[in-house]
Design a protein around this ligand. Sequence first.
Ligand code: G1P
Length: 279
Amino acid sequence: RIIPRDKRLFLHNKPVIQYVVEEAQRSGLSDVIFVTNRDKSVIEDYFDHNLQLEDILEREGKTALLKLIQDVAEMVNVISVRQKEQKGLGHAIMCARSVVGNEPFATSVGDDLIFSGTPGIKQLLDVAYSEDKPVVGVMEVPWDSVSRYGIVDAEECGFGIYKVNSLVEKPAREEAPSRLAIVGRYVLTPDIFDILERQAPGYGGEIQLTDGLQTLCKQSKMVAVDFEGRRYDTGNLKGFLEATIDFALDHPETGAWLKSYIKDKAATQLPSSSITAKS
Ligand code: G1P
């Protein structure tokens, strides 16, 4: 199971959330729980059949398009729960408690994109099975970015695998125990729910998952996995642009064209006034 928070941004020809769901599906997960709010019911509709549109496409003989939208609707079982107040990632996860029940589950933050050979969640699941412990996905980030992430204090115990000693949400650079940052992928055990129910608000006055994980870590040990792959935070503009450009450069339809477009642009060096005038 997976609990993404969501964004409606499009990357190339698909919404960002679709890449996150595809990663879960390729990892072998079949049930997706979206934790949404009142503005985001469009997401559950997107992953459902639209019989009216399918009918039109069929009548018009647009079979390729028809297959495309039917495949999206068949991708996973969609369950949706509402987070009625925005009280943090830990609170969002508690909203899914009654649906998840007493089973381990995976969580994805819906605006963190991971492009990798082995899907991001699968990399975590493999370690969760072999170690029989909760797992968080991490990546090294520059020191001047540590205050934007949950940071782990950990010791490497295998290639890219760490034993977690403690976790802290968005520490100041001087207080960060390392620059190993949590990047929005987790495999958790249901005991996190009782912990989160009792969790006092932390950073930003919100119920932080990282604070709950700190308690879980003391109770049942925890492992961090340094992902293989590229990660983009599409929740901020620069991360979204990086993902868009890298994706288009790698894509057979757009790669060669974008390379020469960027080269031409860089060579022309448009005066900033003409860019402002056009935008
Ligand atoms: C959340 C988590 C943080 C994690 C980050 C990854 O923060 O609280 O620990 O490092 O996702 O994207 P947010 O980005 O919601 O502030």
